[in-house]
Design a protein around this ligand. Structure first.
Ligand code: ZN
Length: 265
């Protein structure tokens, strides 16, 4: 069941409390409501849209924090809408939709494509002002949504709470750097991509984990460790399976080690 939490006056976070599925949110601005991510399924997306439209009903934009389908599949069936995404995210979604066209059709998913593609950052002026900044790390184009006047950060999947971060698609080293950047910002409340709403301290906590993981990954890679051995070592040392990596995700991670992180098969 989705829980709607009014964080600060104009900002609502939308959380699926039981499953660890992705979070979303919306910000009511003087120029219309801005939705942040669209959840996974059309039904979930519709619930989000309905809540965002309650009141004035005027929608300004939908922002995608990154390319993963659990954050944009829910826009299936949305009315035509300005959709903002970073270049990296837009490219990632187009690649994904092209590659999995049949599977997406079978699953009844036809997400909205970005109409407002930005390079590095974007500002929605108004009250409150809403900023989108591409930082990268979890996925190539991973972006955060920041409402400076309220000191609220929608971190997208740069923050996972209650389960381990998913490191099979981006770069853990780059991800840690992105979190270090965010630690410098004036933030009070963090809405993670998955898990409960938290305070700023989660940025440094997640960064420490990612730095340790990236360091170990680099050591294994430099030592010429084979992907199978490396995935076992990482699982033992970081508790991947216990921390939420299902068997298919571990398989995917193993594949990522050879295809993206330079490990031998
Ligand atoms: Zn993700």
């Amino acid at each position: 069941m989705h829980v709607f939490t009014e964080l600060r006056g104009p900002i609502t976070a939308v959380r699926e409390e039981e499953s660890g599925n992705p979070n979303a949110g919306f910000v009511r601005t003087t120029e219309g409501t801005i939705i942040i991510d669209a959840l996974r399924s059309p039904a979930e997306g519709a619930t989000l849209l309905q809540a965002a439209q309650a009141g004035s009903g005027r929608l300004r934009a939908l922002i995608y924090t990154h390319e993963h389908v659990d954050h944009h599949g829910g826009s299936t069936g949305y009315p035509a809408l300005e959709v903002a995404a970073s270049e990296g995210t837009d490219r990632g979604i187009r690649d994904f939709v092209g590659r999995y066209r049949t599977q997406l059709a079978e699953a009844g998913l036809n997400p909205l494509m970005a109409t407002l593609v930005f390079d590095s950052s974007l500002r929605f002026l108004g009250d409150p002002e809403v900023r989108v900044v591409e930082l990268g790390g979890h996925a190539t184009g991973s972006s955060v949504v920041y409402i400076p006047s309220e000191r609220v950060l929608f971190a997208g999947d740069l923050i996972f709470l209650g389960r381990l971060p998913w490191v099979g698609t981006g770069s853990p080293r780059k991800w840690a750097e992105s979190l270090r950047t965010l630690e410098e910002w004036d933030i009070q409340t963090v809405v993670p991509g998955h898990g409960p709403i938290a305070g700023k301290e989660v940025l440094a906590e997640q960064r420490s984990w990612l730095e340790a993981f990236a360091t170990r990954l680099e050591e294994l890679q430099a030592g010429g460790t084979a992907a199978d051995t490396a995935i076992k070592a990482l699982d033992e040392e970081f508790g991947l399976a216990a921390g939420g990596y299902s068997e298919p995700l571990l398989q995917y991670m193993r594949q990522a080690l050879t295809e993206r992180f330079g490990f031998t098969g």
